[in-house]
Structures are given as structure tokens and as C-alpha cells.
Design a protein around this ligand. Structure first.
Ligand SMILES: C[S@@+](CC[C@H](N)C(=O)[O-])C[C@H]1O[C@@H](n2cnc3c(N)ncnc32)[C@H](O)[C@@H]1O
Length: 352
């Protein structure tokens, strides 16, 4: 029996007002929010995150730290629930979070952008903990919701939570990049993992005039949620509605060439300096814009001391690379560029 002083109802209400104040929880989603309390979809073992930070710090086990667990449930922040595709089972944390119960602001901002109408059919990619699928089911009816999860154990756990909460959407174990043809056509498609390329299957399975809401991010970095209206001729278009930071669709994870695949020995390369500090180009939005303008660019940071580093730039075709050193604020920063392309110049042009 859990002993806690946490008032679950007050926490639920507090989170609702925070989400309403931020404009994330809109009136049409309030009944679903109330019907599907977040705590029903948060596992007992979690790694609470913080808004704006993409790495949770420590593990919380509900039976050992009920206050910390409840506090995480009612905080507007993501909660990691799995690391390294489930291969990490130790007491700390693994390398990369691979499943989470998303930040509530993000959940409701995306649902608001989806704008489903009563009785419409929705496909969700990335069942995760099942919370979003439950919210969709509460809004549209379980019979109108299909959710696809690539990780079998995650899908089984989510299905149990959904059933326990009284929701029975079609839960599919599979690669969400393929959508789920037996349930098509869909009026709305929502992905809760990010794409670098919007899978063509999602366009094919959405009716003309239907809407796809998905996080999208270029190779270089940064990410944003895009809302696309499907035309019916194989194309879709729309606008970015806000910044995001989701896990990638498994088969679209960046598989980038290693540093030794690139040309340029020490002493070679074209040397120069730039007045643009590498500190200026690393923000989420800057990275997003640079990545949109130079789609095959990626980077690695090499730490050289306390607060000092080299920023390495590469192209995915492994033809060229560049390095810029950061020591302290200065009038100029040293650059060396190798190969046929001038990758720092391309980055700087995009930034400008
Ligand atoms: C941020 S979590 C989803 C959160 C979820 N909607 C919720 O309400 O808890 C991302 C999920 O996408 C899943 N995923 C990653 N690649 C996938 C793919 N190709 N197809 C289906 N699911 C995928 C991950 O396993 C993970 O569970």
C-alpha cells in the first residue's frame, strides 16, 4: 500500500491550469484530459525529465519514492520510461532514452494542431506509454483510433494500461513508418516520434484534406512539429507550429560516417578565421535553420578543456569536413576546412 501525502486530484487540477495558461490545453481537449489522468499511464519505474533538458538525471521507483513519482506525474515535463531500446536495465540510466511519457504541453499542443472532428479516424505512431492513444480514444472513441508501436514490450504494457483505463484502440506492434493499411484511410495521423523524412505511407493512408502532425528534424539538429494538409496527389504541405525534441523513428536514426571516413590529415586543409563564434550557432533554432539550409551537414563536439572545444562539421557523403576552435570570446576563431566543400562557409552562410 502506497503512503504519500501527494493529493492526486489537486495535482491533476494544477497541471490542467498550467496547461490552460500556456494555451496548450484547449477547451475541446479538457474532457479527454479529465477522463484520462496522466498517472494511469506512467510506469512505476521512471526517469523524470525537466522542461528544456533532454537528459533526465536519475531513476525514481514509485514504491520507494512515491512523493517524487507523483511530483513527476504532475510536472509539465517529459518522463523517460525506457533507455537504449530496453537493453539497459541497470539501476542508473542508459545512453539514450528510447521511450517516454511526453511533456504534457507538447502532447496537448500537438493534439490541438491535429484538430480532429467528432467521429474521425486517427492513426498514432509511437504508442509509448499509451497516454496519447487514450486521450485520442476519449475524444474520438476507441473504435476510431489505431496506434502503432515498434517495441513489443512497450506495446504490451501500453495495451494493458489502456484496457485498465477502459480504452480499446487497435494497438499494433510494428514499424510505424509503414502506417497501418488495414485501418486506412485516416482523417488524422499523429506521430509522437520524430522523422527526418515523412514516410510516404502516411500520405497514402491519409484521406485527401486530412492532416498529419509530426515532429520533423534535419540531420544537423533542432526539431519542430509540422502540421501538413494532405492533397491527395501524393503531396502534403503546411507549417511548423512549434519547436520539439522527440525520439527518432527507429529506422530513421542517424547513421553517420565516423570521423576517420573523412579526408584531411593534420597540416592539410585550408586555414582561416571567422568572427562568428561557435557559441552562436549551437542553439536549437539555429541548428534547425542551418540543418534546413544545408541538409547533409552534421557535427560533433570535441571537448578540449573546461569550457573549450572544437566544433567538427561533416557532410553525410563523407567528402569534406571542417573544424573551428572555441577557447574564449575573441575577435576571431580559427577554422580549417578539408575536402572540396567549405562546410564552415556553408554553415556561416546559412546562419547569416
Ligand atoms: C515519445 S515516445 C511516445 C509517447 C507516447 N505517445 C505516449 O503517449 O506515451 C516515442 C515512442 O515511439 C516509438 N517508436 C520509435 N520508432 C518507431 C517506429 N518506427 N514505429 C512505431 N513506434 C516507434 C518508441 O519505441 C517510443 O515508444
Amino acid at each position: 500500500m502506497e503512503t504519500t501525502t501527494h493529493d492526486a486530484e489537486a495535482g491533476h487540477r494544477w497541471l490542467a491550469s498550467a496547461l490552460i495558461d500556456k494555451g496548450a490545453l484547449t477547451p475541446e481537449w479538457v474532457p479527454a484530459y479529465d477522463a484520462v489522468p496522466r498517472h494511469l499511464f506512467v510506469p512505476d519505474v521512471i526517469w523524470p525529465g525537466r522542461a528544456g533538458m533532454n537528459r533526465p538525471r536519475r531513476r525514481v521507483i514509485r514504491s520507494e519514492e512515491p512523493e517524487a513519482w507523483w511530483e513527476a506525474v504532475h510536472r509539465d515535463a517529459p518522463i523517460a520510461t525506457q533507455w537504449d531500446d530496453g537493453t539497459y536495465t541497470g539501476p542508473g540510466k542508459g545512453r539514450t532514452p528510447s521511450c517516454s511519457n511526453s511533456m504534457p504541453t507538447m502532447v496537448f499542443t500537438m493534439l490541438a494542431a491535429l484538430e480532429p472532428l467528432d467521429g474521425e479516424r486517427a492513426l498514432e505512431i509511437g504508442t509509448g506509454t499509451g497516454w496519447n492513444a487514450a486521450l485520442l480514444s476519449a475524444r474520438l472513441g476507441s473504435g476510431n483510433v489505431v496506434t502503432v508501436e515498434v517495441d513489443e514490450e512497450t506495446a504490451v504494457d501500453a495495451r494493458q494500461r489502456l484496457h485498465a483505463a477502459g480504452h480499446t484502440p487497435t494497438t499494433v506492434v510494428g514499424d510505424g513508418a509503414e502506417g497501418y493499411p488495414p485501418g486506412a484511410p485516416y482523417d488524422r495521423v499523429i506521430a509522437t516520434c520524430s522523422a527526418g523524412r515523412v514516410p510516404p505511407a502516411w500520405l497514402r493512408q491519409t484521406r485527401p484534406g486530412g492532416v498529419i502532425v509530426t515532429p520533423w528534424g534535419p540531420t544537423y539538429g533542432g526539431e519542430a512539429v509540422v502540421r501538413l494538409a494532405v492533397a491527395g496527389d501524393g503531396s502534403a504541405s503546411g507549417r511548423f507550429v512549434g519547436s520539439s525534441a522527440f525520439m527518432r523513428l527507429r529506422d530513421q536514426r542517424r547513421n553517420l560516417p565516423p570521423p576517420d571516413a573523412f579526408p584531411g590529415a593534420p597540416g592539410e586543409g585550408e586555414r582561416g578565421t571567422t568572427a562568428l563564434s561557435p557559441e552562436e550557432v549551437g542553439g536549437w533554432l539555429h541548428m534547425f535553420v542551418i540543418g534546413v539550409r544545408v541538409p547533409d551537414l552534421f557535427c560533433r563536439i570535441e571537448r578540449t578543456g573546461a569550457g573549450t572545444y572544437r566544433l567538427w562539421l561533416y557532410d553525410t557523403g563523407a567528402t569534406s569536413r571542417a573544424v573551428i576552435g572555441y577557447d574564449e570570446p575573441a575577435a576571431g576563431y580559427p577554422i580549417v576546412q578539408y575536402g572540396p566543400r567549405r562546410l564552415w562557409d556553408e554553415l556561416e552562410g546559412a546562419w547569416r
